[in-house]
Ligand binder design. Structure first.
Ligand SMILES: [Zn+2]
Length: 376
């Protein structure tokens, strides 16, 4: 049994002088206490739920789309736990059809020794608008078919699928995936607001890295951004300081509130690696430790981890209390996954998994617990 004593940040609240007791991988108790008991671990800073990254493509030099999924996921899981991420959705970019069944099975919900827990595959593509593909491979972007969606559902189903509802077969895919319990996320799309609202009406309820790989918010053409922000859908923001201006992150959080905004990294294999040459799929790219760029200087993605995005959000949103900021990397992403993690992830509360981080005064992660086991 492990007991921590300190200030708890969870559920949008800050509770001082609290004992958190772990037993058998679960949180057995969260109780006010006047002082620590003998044997308790005193925390100078905060005790917070483990971070949840719904959208991440790799870490530590390993790529979840191109490397062998069976070994890639455990390796990424370990790299993430060292940064305070205790659960994640391994994310696959658009790829050839044959990769999906293997990846969906390998990325199914599973604990990984010494690492973060996988919460199920996140498929970012291949049913997306080629004109909004970002750095995805155009050769494998394709129309949505019932056969392919059925194969995914039979193999999983995946936790999250990003698609553009306006592509041929897109709306039928929304309906089939929602019926299978998959979270459908709108992204890599130039859908009109009307098309996006139709998809939301059919059960899509998440937005992939809002503003990135979609048209901006135009006052006469509100598009995907406008439809998502004026719905009840949750949305992702990449708060790495590269993909979005802090003012836009502020705008999104003011519009949707911390219960509807998830911080995600969308990070590449370069996350957790020293700056230098790294890979994006089978192409060589260069990381400066934050931004990853092609040899010609164009942006390929980020190497920033979720704990850094969280610190950015805290700095950029001084009007929002710290416990509310923290929600966007804990309870809000857990809520997106619904029944998959309900009662288990995203809170420091009795009965929940003992996934926790200890934060110092600057919100640096000084220790991570995954199911009660300390990761250095
Ligand atoms: Zn992505």
């Amino acid at each position: 049994m492990t007991a921590l004593f300190g200030t708890v940040l969870s559920d949008g609240r800050e509770i001082e002088r609290c004992r958190v007791v772990f037993d058998g991988g679960r949180i057995a108790g969260v109780e006010p206490a006047t002082s620590a008991r003998v044997g308790d671990i005193g925390v100078d800073g905060w005790i917070a739920p483990g971070l949840i990254d719904l959208h991440i493509h790799g870490a530590g030099g390993v790529d979840l789309t191109c490397d062998d999924p069976a070994t890639a996921v455990a390796s990424v899981a370990r790299a993430l736990a060292r940064r305070g991420i205790t659960s994640f959705c391994p994310t696959v970019s658009s790829a050839a059809p044959e990769i999906y069944a293997t990846a969906i099975a390998a990325y199914a919900p599973k604990a990984h020794d010494g690492g973060a827990e996988s919460l199920g595959a996140n498929l970012e593509g291949p049913f997306i608008d080629p004109a909004r593909r970002g750095f995805q491979d155009p050769a494998v972007i394709r129309r949505a078919t019932a056969e392919e969606v059925t194969r995914w559902i039979d193999a999983g189903p995946p936790a999250i699928v990003t698609l553009a509802p306006e592509v041929p077969g897109g709306m039928d895919a929304v309906v089939a995936l929602v019926a299978a319990g998959t979270v459908v996320s709108l992204g890599h799309s130039a859908a009109s607001a009307e098309q996006a609202r139709a998809a939301i009406g059919a059960g899509a309820r998440h937005g992939t890295h809002l503003f990135n790989a979609m048209p901006g918010l135009h006052h006469r053409e509100p598009g995907v951004v406008g439809a998502l922000l004026t719905s009840d859908a949750t949305v992702e923001v990449i708060a790495d300081g590269i993909h979005l201006d802090p003012t836009v992150v502020d705008l999104v959080v003011r519009a949707a509130g911390p219960d509807r905004v998830c911080l995600v990294t969308d990070a590449l294999a370069a996350m957790g690696q020293a700056p230098g040459k790294t890979r994006l799929g089978d192409r060589e790219v260069i990381s400066d430790g934050r931004a990853v760029r092609h040899a010609d200087g164009t942006l390929a993605g980020t190497a920033v981890s979720l704990d850094e995005c969280l610190r950015n959000a805290r700095r950029w949103l001084p009007w929002l209390g710290p416990a509310q900021v923290l929600k966007m990397a804990t309870s809000t992403p857990a809520s997106v996954l619904g029944a998959r993690v309900a009662g288990r992830k995203g809170r420091i509360a009795p009965g929940y998994d003992a996934d926790a981080i200890l934060l110092d005064r600057d919100w640096r992660v000084v220790r991570t617990y995954v199911r009660g086991v300390a990761i250095s």
